[in-house]
Design a protein around this ligand. Sequence first.
Ligand code: PMP
Length: 353
Amino acid sequence: PLPHLRRTLCDLPGYQPAEGVYGATPPRPLSANESPEAPPRQAVDAAVLAAATVHRYPDPGCTDLVAELARTYRIGPERFVAGAGSVALLQLLFQAVAGPGAEAVLATPSFELYRPLAELAGVRPVPVPLVGHIHDLAAMAERITPRTRLVVVCDPNNPTGTTVPAAQLTAFLDRVPPACLVAIDQAYAEYVRDPAAAPCLTSERPNVVVLRTFSKAYGLAGLRVGYLVGDARVVGQLRKGVLAYSVSTVAQAAAVAALREPARMHAVTDATVAERTRVGDVLLRAGWDVPPSQANFLWLWLGDDAERFGGWCAARRIAVRPFAGQGVRVTVGTPADNDDFLAAAAAWRSAPS
Ligand code: PMP
């Protein structure tokens, strides 16, 4: 007989980010919202140099990285905590608020990992449907009860790419009780160009924390580095919960070097934003239902056809991410990747159904 494992774990559907059919690197990898560009050479060089010291444990406090973040954003270092990807910090947040009856209010569809991370931590997820592909902040506010310990706002939202206007977010935060934590997940902040949605890294509210990552705009998905910014007292508590040594020496060194190349990050994200506009315009002209995206991906609303279109792309060796019964999320990749995807999309629309 097998040992006893928690029912909650056994009942999880499991995270399946990539379609197994392609192997590790599909010909057109448009399913994981990665950067199509390799990281800056300086980050790779720093990683290689750091690799020579890996007989020692990493700096558990990520001192250099936190100092570089503090310098970059002109915020006190005591307000940052780094983790092994922003998923690790999300996991920590759910663990930090867990307790009997604890609930987390979040949007749906949104980043798929929120729900399993909540459930595994012992927090009941309270999903609130989007309206018009955007967070329904009014409905989310209404679902907050004394049991609500955490509210997650994914901005821009994965998978729809939509943002919440800054003024609406402020009005929403006014309605959240100070005892309830709000996590604003800004994994795609560097791709936002709409001034009305400009993502704010800091808040004067002690109950608001912001999460960002090196996995997207900085091209370091494979190294696993994310960070959280919040009130120094809240951050001080959260730091105690970070799994010791979880951000490797190599990852810390590469992230510091990547931060020191802001021009490169801006060039890479500008190229993605230009492609986002081009691909989005072609799809809209062809009649696809695509909400305006401020992230490095586009959301194609397909309803019951979502999985079939996902399979259609897979058959053309293009990896996209279908959400059953809803839509398909496609990452903005290189121009060649995007052209292949557009060809597949055009063929779908002209095929007899
Ligand atoms: N938040 C959102 C909204 C994401 O889409 C992702 C990555 N898909 C993450 C967090 C996790 O990123 P990381 O690689 O930093 O763990």
